[in-house]
Ligand binder design. Structure first.
Ligand code: NAD
Ligand code: ZN
Length: 355
């Protein structure tokens, strides 16, 4: 078991607990659950099928009354209509500010359920129980919650820190392989930006079973890196930008192909490879850094080649990116594996990243 404490500015501190099999021991977490009269579990259909019964039973045993809301799986649920439906359910269950929402699922459930927790009655308590690798290493930690609009992803949201994040690597046993690979792109990202030892460890696995065996430790390392960054820069003013390594280019790739051809992890993998290719050419990154990134991404079955996209379209997508500030783009580059820096690029030069 690994327990990390996350302490952000102006908010409470909360534990991030990473433990194999903890989903079967939630009933022992009485100090956490018995503070609530009611807990509403928000989950999606796929996750409900595997785990909802067990989690409901465990939480009920710990004290509170338990209600569940099951949403359709997939990004399309992260929308205003689904949000309104959840608000209505919360009203029907007579949920008050002394109750809590528990999100059981991947990043979609975490972001949507978290957004409901942040806004319903001006905010109620949130407990995150992430079940996908991406949610376990990334979206459940840091307090960002939100939903999509027709105009784009994550356009409405809030910073709402959870009361606890409870991570069971055994949830991953039922996660489909391509979601696992998707999450690995983010795991590799953490190695790149902050931990050469993690990167080397990830390079060394000859067998998938060995990687799975070490998952508790790997997830804990990723959460620790994210926690450290978020604690220093909760609202993304500076350091938090290093978490966007590979994401600026990746976002353009995802958007250009309408979120169909490439998954998020694949797009980020392409982004990490492409930005490093460019920064090697600029003399910011060492050449072997690029070679190592290509090797590790290929080992995990992730793409590295920037697909052909017309530059005028790229420019259009890039310029509507909310990450532009006063005509400057702040982009994460690697000096070497494990050491990131932020590079400021002026708007007209940004297109060069895609040549
Ligand atoms: P997801 O929630 O759609 O989950 C992927 C799929 O796996 C779904 O079909 C889900 O039903 C299924 N699933 C999840 N856990 C499972 C399990 N244990 N067993 C079987 N099936 C399981 O997608 P995701 O990749 O987890 O998250 C993507 C979302 O996360 C995006 O909306 C993205 O914007 C968001 N995100 C948020 C942050 C943040 O900081 N808030 C960071 C990164 C990504
Ligand atoms: Zn990401």
């Amino acid at each position: 078991m690994k327990e990390l404490i996350c302490k952000t500015e102006n908010t409470h501190q909360y534990p991030i607990i990473i433990e194999k099999g903890i989903k079967g021991r939630l009933s022992q977490m009485k100090a956490l659950f018995s503070q609530y009269h009611k807990v509403v579990i928000i989950t999606d259909k796929n996750v409900a099928k595997e785990y909802l019964g067990e989690v409901e039973r465990q939480v009920r045993q710990a004290g509170p009354k338990v209600y569940s809301i099951v949403i359709p799986p997939g990004e399309a649920s992260k929308c205003l209509t689904q949000t309104a439906e959840i608000y209505n359910e919360l009203i029907k269950c007579n949920i008050t500010r002394s109750d809590a929402i528990l999100t059981l699922g991947g990043g979609v459930v975490g972001d949507l359920g978290g957004f409901c927790a942040a806004t319903y009655l001006r905010g109620i308590d949130l407990i995150q129980v992430p079940t996908s690798l991406l949610a376990q290493v990334d979206s459940s930690v840091g307090g960002k919650v939100g939903i999509d609009l027709d105009y784009g992803k994550n356009l409405v949201g809030a910073f709402h820190q959870p009361r606890a994040v409870i991570i069971d690597p055994l949830f991953l046993e039922t996660l489909e392989d391509h979601y696992m690979i998707d999450g690995m792109a983010e795991v590799i990202k953490y190695g790149c930006i902050s931990s050469a030892p993690l990167f080397v460890k990830l390079m060394g696995y000859a067998y998938y079973e060995d990687l799975v065996e070490d998952m508790e430790e790997i997830i804990a390392k990723c959460c620790q890196i994210k926690r450290d960054v978020v604690q220093t820069d909760e609202h993304e003013q500076g350091l938090r930008r290093i978490l966007n390594f590979g994401h600026t280019i990746g976002h353009v790739v995802e958007t250009y192909f309408k979120f169909k051809k490439y998954s998020h992890g694949e797009a980020v993998a392409i982004g990490m490879a492409q930005i490093t290719k460019k920064t090697v050419a600029e003399g910011i990154s060492q050449k072997d850094t690029y070679d190592n990134i290509i090797e590790i991404l290929e080992n995990y079955g992730l793409p590295t080649e920037l697909p052909k996209m017309p530059l005028d379209k790229v420019q259009e997508i890039l310029f509507t990116d909310k990450k532009f500030e006063n005509d400057s783009l702040y982009i994460c580059a690697l000096e070497k594996i494990g050491k990131a820096q932020i590079v400021k690029i002026q708007k007209p030069q940004a297109i060069e990243l895609f040549r």
